[in-house]
Design a binder for this molecule. Sequence first.
Ligand code: CP
Ligand code: NVA
Length: 331
Amino acid sequence: MPTSLSGRHFLRLLDFSTEEIEYLLKLAKNFKDMKRAGVPHRYLEGKNIVLLFQKTSTRTRCAFEVGAMDLGMGVTYLDPGSSQMGKKESIEDTARVLGRFYDGIEFRGFAQTDVEELANNAGVPVWNGLTTEWHPTQMLADILTMQENFNYDIKGKTFVFMGDAANNVARSLMVVCSKLGVNFVACGPKENMPDAELIETCQAIAAENGSTVKTTESIDEAVTGAHVIYADVWVSMGEPDEVWAERIRLLEPYRVTEAVMAKADPSAIFLHCLPSFHDTNTTIGADIAERFGVTEMEVEDTVFESKQSKVFDEAENRMHTIKAVMYATLS
Ligand code: CP
Ligand code: NVA
């Protein structure tokens, strides 16, 4: 039976089969090819979507906006301060209102239960643009970038996440890798590992797809011969400022350095969901440098700027993959 995701929500990758994820990746590649060739694809003309952001964003917001406009749709953006949601109106009521206006709703916020509540009441597809627990649209861009660099042959390759492996990005990567038969290694301190239940779930999924899921505190064990080295910020949006000192203490040994990249496979690439603290050219970066004397955080600037770094291809791929998600669920 051909894959159809029509009318589905996109809340977390655990809800999608291997075939469905592969279908979205193929669709994204087709959209990327069309965009590059200048072939119009206004397949969803007449539809409208709304983007609800309770946290800030550059990539996710712009990917949804440009993706929607390329597909011929109208877009409304509601920033963290400008809707009634949460303050004067419940998520449930907001969902019931927006579902009457729009054909699809993107939500970036805090608890996963919030995006689930939105989905349960909207009556139209809801897409998770990041919660504390998951970041599912990011994964499609990450895997598309991996495919592009390994000739679309990623099964059996090894993907290492270094740093705060308990966060939304690491947890989502663990799921997508196990679904696609990619070996996944979470490398960091034991304090920052995904929860045991999720690790077990992913290990079972990976076993079905011929791959493994491991956690380790040993950098050598994790990165030797690996194909993708991935980093994310040490403190995620919504976490209190007080966690910085502890995170820096725990995660500094797990910075992606040139020495780390040298241990990986010669074909290895570096990925990062961005934004990244690879220098002090940001207010937070400068503040951390002043308070803790740390001038590069999760990745060394030389790695970030190296040939092995594919982070801007990855950022571009957010748009092609998000377009695929909107097209698949709205058509
Ligand atoms: N990677 C990512 O989600 O970026 P933004 O926070 O800019 O959307
Ligand atoms: N873990 C990060 C990802 C940002 C795209 C955060 O939640 O802030």
